[in-house]
Design a protein around this ligand. Sequence first.
Ligand SMILES: [Zn+2]
Length: 114
Amino acid sequence: MSASSPRLEREFETLTVMVELHCLSAHGTAAPPCPDCRSLLDYARARLDRCPFGADKPTCAKCPIHCYRPAERELVRRIMRFSGPRMLWRHPLLALLHVLDGLREPPKKRPKPG
Ligand SMILES: [Zn+2]
């Protein structure tokens, strides 16, 4: 099953913007993402495409599954903490929609792990 609902596409777009904002400032990349951030985005894309919730996916902060590996999860959390406030100025609409998504409750029925 592919995760090509508009909401998931937007979530990935939001993450991409956040990673690029962080990369620009933290890695001094002229044209982000740098190779490291590129591979993080590839990883995130792969996780999103395999998300068992599909279009009902809650934001990752609220997700009961947390499918990221610990290293990637910590990295993304740091990036979001850094880029979240900056999003408001550069991409107010995306930031607003992300906050609204964060208010959605996760689906009650959770898929069985494995
Ligand atoms: Zn980078």
